[in-house]
Design a protein around this ligand. Structure first.
Ligand SMILES: Cc1ncc(COP(=O)(O)O)c(C=O)c1O
Length: 415
């Protein structure tokens, strides 16, 4: 029973060591990634993993749940306070699971969902890809961003909603650099008699800190992930109006999930506690300042930014005038220890496997303690590499500089 990972499975232990080294010595600019605290990792890797607890606190289908009940109640209570939500469900295993449960709760198969096109920054779980359960079970109609401003055009969205009369409208994005005001969404939803789902998977940390418009007063249901800007464990979160509480709870269990991950729920409780601290607000402010500085540097470096800049933690860079695809850009940046993901840009001429964009974000680097001077440096490195895509020695030199910078801003020393 007491065997360590090292003695039981040295192969996995060694891969874990290599991954730690990779994380320590590269710059993570993937906006959906972060480094949770030791406390979050400790809760996630705890003996709570052993416990089955189908059902909800005080209403379980298993015995021995008195302590996991306390944990789930604490998680709910903290999330309620943090987000001022009427009802909270902390059991969704992921953001996708949270969205699926909302559809299960509010819709019938074949009902119409209005969501953002995948190529304009929507998410797979919103039905933008034919292979998803959302797409096969519901009728999906789309809105996009305005061709000129590259932000939402509410009159255009309203017209699409009036034409298709969706049962559910999703205001939510994976690659939209601007703040979203949820009031016009509510107006459109009311006009066509639709439910409004705000999927704030990416920006939930900014919302918790009061640095982004709050969807809770406007949306019938809000879904989020806890691993991105919120800096918690991988997982989903649902905030809804009291009148949908039992529909949502039943759609999670038994509707779409079995036993809750009590270890993850404990880790969520820890992250909600951390997010209520004044330090967290400072952290979120710095995420935004860092994103602005990085955006400015990239723009000065000759790159066009979709929508002209950012209000959030991420930037969408249009490389179509720079003679390089997002795919190639991400690959050569990785060779220099700079980790970004390729991303389609609105009205992209390239297929999703290549794309014309990259989507850098600052939550992980900000957790490491980096500020504006480091963002400027990193932005300049990115510019140099992308303007000289065949220069291998330049990449090697920058890789060394990246490693030096990483040493100044350590993450976990060891696991
Ligand atoms: C807007 C949005 N919704 C949902 C998700 C899904 O989250 P998960 O990967 O936890 O299923 C994401 C993930 O990136 C997202 O960006």
């Amino acid at each position: 029973m007491s065997n360590s990972l090292k003695s039981t499975d040295p192969e996995i232990k060694e891969i874990l060591r290599k991954e730690l080294f990779r994380q320590q010595n590269t710059l993570t600019l993937i906006p959906s990634e972060n480094y949770p605290s030791r406390a979050v990792l400790e809760a996630e890797g705890s003996i709570l993993m052993d416990k089955y607890a189908e059902g909800y606190p005080r209403r379980r289908y298993y015995q021995g749940c008195q302590f996991v009940d306390e944990i789930e109640e604490l998680a709910i209570q903290r999330a309620k306070k943090l987000f001022r939500g009427e009802h909270i469900n902390v059991q969704a295993h992921s953001g996708t699971q949270a969205n699926i449960a909302v559809y299960q709760a509010l819709l019938n198969p074949g009902d119409t969902i209005l969501s953002l096109k995948l190529s304009h920054g929507g998410h797979l779980s919103h039905g933008g890809c034919e292979k998803t359960l959302t797409h096969t079970h519901y009728r999906i109609v789309y809105y996009g961003v305005d061709k000129t401003s590259e932000v939402f055009n509410y009159e255009e969205i309203r017209q699409i909603a009036l034409k298709h009369r969706p049962r559910l409208i999703i205001a939510g994005t994976s690659a939209y650099p601007r703040a979203i005001d949820f009031a016009p969404w509510r107006k459109i939803a009311d006009e066509v008699g639709a439910y409004l789902l705000a999927d704030v998977a990416h920006i939930i940390g900014l919302i918790a800190a009061g640095l982004h418009p709050d969807p809770v007063p406007y949306a019938d249901v809000v879904t989020a992930t806890t691993q991105k800007t919120l800096r918690g464990p991988r997982g989903g979160l649902i905030i809804c109006r009291q009148k949908y509480a039992s529909l949502i709870d039943r759609a999670i269990f038994p509707g779409t999930q079995g036993g809750p991950f009590m270890h993850t729920i404990a880790a969520k409780a820890v992250c909600f506690k951390e997010a209520a601290e004044p330090q967290f607000k400072k952290y979120q402010k710095q995420i935004i300042s860092n994103a602005r500085e990085l955006a400015k540097t990239l723009n000065n470096g000759g790159f066009r930014l979709v929508s002209g800049g950012t209000d959030t933690h991420l930037i969408l860079v249009d490389l179509s005038n720079n003679g390089i695809t997002g795919d190639k850009a991400a690959a050569i940046l990785e060779k220099a220890g700079i980790v970004v993901n390729k991303n389609s840009i609105p009205f992209d001429a390239q297929p999703p496997s290549l794309t014309s964009g990259i989507r850098p974000g600052t939550p992980a680097l900000t957790t490491r303690g980096m500020k504006e001077p480091e963002m400027k440096l990193i932005g300049e490195w990115i510019s140099k590499i992308l303007h000289n895509p065949e220069d291998v020695s330049l990449r090697k030199k920058i890789k060394k500089d990246v490693e030096k910078l990483c040493k100044k801003f350590p993450i976990y020393e060891e696991l």
